[in-house]
Design a protein around this ligand. Structure first.
Ligand code: GH3
Ligand code: MG
Ligand code: MG
Length: 375
């Protein structure tokens, strides 16, 4: 394949000089563009980016120094690729050369131009340009690869949703954000009921298929701004920003119903499953950081499992407190009677908890084992 001709922009306020250099450089196999003032040179660079610029210093309006400064500033900001600039100066003073180099020129030639020297300097600068381009292409490739790797490290391989590491990073950021803006944030911890029996009855592949479909179901129900991820085995976490406990419980209840009415398909047939959810939100006096929030949703999920599965339990709601009281935790003395559906329990549990002086800290001590631990 023929190599692409290098493109050189010659900038000089005298057309004759441009034409002279054009003839010379074209004879050497370069493509040549011309510009007769500074602004025209900048415009030409935007039209067709050259591989090298031969830049006259003394021009009316915008001189070569200014053109070099502007181009190098844009190269620095990566708005342009590296373009070597060779200044052509009539003034053979050291001061002039220093100023040109300071302005960003990579080399200089003194007028009248010696063409052999010009050709040597042009080809040496083009070699450097080729190396720079190869380097920055490698750089781009590496950083794309890095992004891809990071993406992989944050994605669950089976279901394609975020993994636990990603969820924890997001939760950290979203918790900070909610603190700053005084906005609520809620978590729904979901766990498929009796999932082990899917594997046992239908095989591990069926189990995998159910997990994938379950993840997609949660994703399709969640809002764009919510985060949905796989927290572990058959346990999924939803992070809902700007959401208070009541709204999160309502949403979880809707999800629970969706799952209950959903028919999962796997290679050999179909099956049904239910899920249990634990819901917690910021604004509770005992929930002071994202770990406490996570633990609260986990504790609520544990109670959902203990009290029969296929249900939504709110952290320190009536059913939660009743169950914990039964476990020897007497923090729930002034609780309301247990309602049939915790979703309908619109009395904010945070308020109840505040009145009762309960909190995640006291709960943590009496905390049941994590529901994600094998039974
Ligand atoms: P519970 O209602 O108490 O949650 O019961 P369970 O059977 O869902 O819970 P348990 O923790 O006893 O079992 C979870 C099962 O999930 C055991 C494990 O083999 C299975 N599991 C975890 N990850 C995967 C996976 O990636 N693929 C498949 N097929 N199964 C998985
Ligand atoms: Mg389960
Ligand atoms: Mg589990």
């Amino acid at each position: 394949m023929e190599r692409k001709k290098a493109r050189i922009l010659v900038v000089d306020d005298h057309e004759d000089n441009i034409e002279l250099l054009r003839a010379r450089l074209e004879a050497r196999g370069y493509e040549v563009d011309g510009a007769t003032d500074g602004q025209a040179a900048l415009d030409q660079v935007d039209r067709v980016c050259p591989d090298l610029i031969l830049l006259d210093v003394m021009m009316p309006k915008m001189d070569g120094m200014e053109v070099a400064r502007r181009l190098k500033a844009r190269i620095e900001k990566k708005e342009l690729p590296f373009i070597p600039i060779i200044m052509q100066t009539a003034l053979d003073s050291t001061e002039n050369k220093v100023e040109g180099l300071d302005a960003g020129a990579d080399d200089y030639l003194t007028k009248p131009i010696n063409f052999a020297e010009l050709e040597a300097r042009v080809s040496s600068k083009l070699r450097i340009k080729a190396l720079q381009d190869a380097l920055s292409a490698r750089d781009t490739e590496l950083s794309e690869l890095n992004d891809r790797l990071r993406q992989i490290s944050l994605t669950d391989g089976l279901t394609g949703v975020e993994n636990r590491r990603s969820l924890e990073e997001r939760l950290h950021d979203m918790w900070q954000h909610s603190l700053r803006l005084h906005e609520p944030i809620a978590l729904i911890m979901c766990d498929i009921d009796k999932f082990k029996s899917v594997n046992d009855q239908y095989g591990h592949q069926a189990g995998d298929a159910v997990l994938k479909e379950f993840a997609q179901l949660l994703k399709s129900e969640a809002r764009e701004i919510d985060r949905v991820g796989r927290y572990g085995g058959e346990e999924f976490l939803l992070i809902l920003s700007g959401t208070v406990l009541d709204a999160a419980v309502t949403f979880a209840e809707r999800l629970r119903e969706k799952v209950e009415n959903h028919t999962f398909t796997y290679a050999g047939g179909t099956l049904r499953r239910t899920m249990s959810c634990g819901v917690a939100a910021s604004g509770h006096p005992g929930i002071n950081d994202q770990e406490a929030l996570l633990k609260a949703s986990d504790d609520a999920l544990y109670v959902a499992k203990e009290t029969g599965r296929n249900k939504v339990i709110r952290y320190e709601g009536a059913e939660f407190n009743k169950h914990m009281k039964g476990k020897g935790n007497d923090n729930a003395d002034a609780e309301k009677p247990v309602s049939k559906s915790e979703a309908a329990d619109a009395g904010g549990s945070a308020k109840n908890a505040a009145a009762n002086g309960t909190g995640a800290a006291s709960r943590r001590k009496a905390s049941p084992p994590s529901p994600s631990a094998p039974a």
